[in-house]
Design a protein around this ligand. Structure first.
Ligand SMILES: Nc1ncnc2c1ncn2[C@@H]1O[C@H](COP(=O)(O)OP(=O)(O)OP(=O)(O)O)[C@@H](O)[C@H]1O
Length: 344
């Protein structure tokens, strides 16, 4: 593994009796796009604020390129930030908002050139003289993004930058952030509690729960090989199947809805279920099966299954009808240790 560029060593943070972060260790590579993902209150924003220098850790330290920056103030870290609480200046124009952070760093004409360049990058040239109240939510976010990028930061820190936007604008800005990340080549760390956002944008996802990092991996790794029922459940849809009484230490099996394979009714190895719910989802159908194989599955259990529209016709899927399916071993995720299946 490459050595970390931005590294977090044994970081802990409390607010009074409340633990916000516990024993956080993280190596982020240069030019990497990292998403901090986890349920509300797990410590994502606190970690980002400590990276930014806006919050002080109780314990641990931060290094960038091997240099200790734990005590370096926020303004000296050369990090671009886009925090929810960092609103735009309402009385300044788009250009002035973008130029604000540059005023003590560059000459007037350098600032003008830089602002022109950034306006082009975030496609706001025509809005340059408007004030924030004259812009849509998505445009305001783009101004905030341009402002964060203005002084070519080494690292870009984004705290839920897309959370206030509607679905279409969100997807567009997602692509824009990824494009700018590649174009500028900075290291980007983004907080989100949206798993789809993390899966589509990140090089690696840092999954957090209850003040700790619980898994670090590529989107594919955390989705296909979650290391705990919590991660399996938090990232993507999943059904858990208990093979016996959990207290006896039997494994829990998990399966993604798109991996359940329907087979013909006379298939010798098939398992059976009754279709209890059918939901149309545009690109596919999602259904809930009540499992019937009680010798294997002693408890009444349900399985979520995603099926393309064509398969709904082929297998003649109807509510309260019996269907036959297979679970292929390569698609079954197995957890040998019992841990809480918490949903964020
Ligand atoms: N300034 C503060 N004072 C007291 N407690 C705080 C403060 N900031 C955070 N906390 C607590 O620390 C824990 C972690 O909060 P944090 O905001 O980092 O979580 P988060 O994962 O970013 O949550 P969300 O997704 O809801 O923004 C929470 O229990 C929160 O209540």
């Amino acid at each position: 593994m490459k050595q970390g560029y931005l590294s977090v060593h044994n970081l802990s943070k409390h607010f009074g009796k409340q633990t916000a972060l516990q024993d956080i260790n993280l190596d982020i590579h240069q030019h990497e796009f990292i998403c901090l993902l986890g349920p509300s209150g797990c410590g994502k924003t606190t970690l980002l604020r400590i990276l930014a220098g806006l919050e002080k850790a109780d314990r641990g330290h931060l290094t960038i390129g091997g240099k200790d920056i734990t005590s370096v103030p926020a303004g000296k870290r050369n990090f671009g930030m886009m925090f929810q609480s960092y609103a735009l200046f309402p009385n300044l124009s788009v250009s002035e908002n973008i130029a604000y952070g540059l005023r003590n760093r560059l000459t007037k004409s350098q600032i003008a050139d830089r602002v022109d360049e950034l306006l082009g990058l975030v496609e706001l040239v025509e809005q340059r003289h408007k004030v924030p109240s004259q812009l849509s939510g998505g445009q305001q976010q783009r101004v905030a993004l341009a402002r964060a990028l203005a002084f070519s930061p080494d690292c870009l820190l984004l705290d839920e930058p897309l959370s206030a936007l509607d679905a279409k604008v969100r997807v567009k800005l997602r692509r824009e952030i990824c494009r700018l990340h590649k174009q500028f080549g900075m290291t980007t760390i983004m907080v989100t509690h949206d798993q789809e956002e993390a899966l589509t944008m990140a090089d690696r996802i840092v999954v957090m729960n209850q003040s700790r990092i619980v898994q670090i991996g590529t989107p594919n790794e955390v989705y296909e090989r979650p290391n705990s029922p919590f991660v399996a459940d938090f990232i993507g849809a999943v059904s858990f199947i208990e093979t016996d009484n959990r207290k006896q230490g039997n494994p829990i099996l998990a399966i993604r809805p798109e991996h359940v394979q329907l087979v013909r009714e006379d298939h010798e190895k098939g398992r059976h279920g009754i279709v209890r719910e059918i939901e149309y989802r545009g690109t596919h159908y999602r259904m809930v099966l009540e499992l019937l194989d009680h010798q294997d599955f002693p408890l009444m259990q349900f399985l979520t299954v995603d099926l393309p529209t064509q398969a709904m016709v082929t297998f003649n899927i109807r509510l309260n009808h019996k269907i036959t399916f297979n679970l292929l071993p390569e698609h079954v995720i197995r957890f040998d240790t019992v841990s809480d299946i918490a949903v964020g």
